[in-house]
Design a protein around this ligand. Sequence first.
Ligand code: PLP
Length: 388
Amino acid sequence: MSFLVKNYNRKKIAFIKGKGSYLYTANGNKYLDFVQGIAVNCLGHSHPKLIKTIKDQSKKVWHVSNAFIIPEGERLAKKLVKKTFADYVMFQNSGAEATEAAIKVARRYFYSIGKPNKNRILCVKNSFHGRTIAAIFASGSKKMSEGFGPKVPGFDHFVFGDHKSLKKKITKNTAAIMVENIMGEGGIKVIPDFCLRELRKLCNKKKILLIADSVQDGVGRSGDFFAFEQSKIKPDIVPIAKGIGGGFPIGAVLMNRKVAAGMIPGTHGSTFGGNPLAMAVGNTVMDIVSSRKFLTNVKKLSKYFLSNLNLLKIKHPKVIKEIRGRGLLIGIQLFKDQTKFIKKLMDNKLLTIRAAENVIRILPPLNVKKSEINQALKIIDKVCASLK
Ligand SMILES: *Cc1c(COP(=O)(O)O)cnc(C)c1O
């Protein structure tokens, strides 16, 4: 009997230990974990440097509150600013908090320049920005917001890829366009680079802000530190979370100088956000993941994985419809519902997770070994063959 609320559809399995790309059950079964806490454990399980960081910091200080200077957070913010478009960083604890804080930053900017009516956020229909009350209405998903009315106002939606509807939906009250660079929950749908560039141009022309939700595709997951880097654009506001803590809950909002100016003392806060323990871990993750060598290797692994998955698509044309993704944010789209496929992968000791549009999401750690990718490919091939 479980006393946990039944809001999750959990697999009937528990793990007692993790090491690198693998998870272990109590009876010694070993699973190749290509979920990694949903793109969170970017360095796999039990990374020795993260263990050392937690151990060392836990003996110093865990939490002091944002009433005081937190040197570990100052250091992490500096690293994020040095590596990215951002001039300033605001720390949170999760993705939804980061996206909501991003919305606050956008609205507060227009408020601070005397345009308080410019407050509407234009989002992609059926996107994913988190599960808090505003975020579910920002996502524009009927399924996620059903029963949680009244509807939070201030959000408009356009259909992914429908440029005409996007332009039509921008009004004088629009403050920002918020998109995921790669729609993770939505089925690993990548916004092409030229679209991101047009989006940036459009925002400039309309004098509105661009929020690039990088909670899932950020922090090296795409092969670049940020997925939008390849298009050479600079968003105004970027919420991040998942990868930056390597398994420890951290969220953050990165932003440029212009919008940061609106966030004066008292405009936002978080009790836990940016605590020393989290920040110590974030610094270690950042030191490893932001290095050029590390990211080059992610790109190399990605190329290998994607090209071999495409070969499997050719080999099993009735099973696999499309291979999607960038970096190590990968989707296998099936012709049919993916539930059975995911179960079969798990029976063969490979853990994956679903996304919309019949997609199986594959999220190895960013330091995955080539031999582990080969192991996964073999299992995927075997399950494809068994479904014919
Ligand atoms: C996971 C995710 C969120 C929400 O993050 P939580 O930590 O679950 O609140 C927001 N945006 C995107 C793009 C995500 O993938």
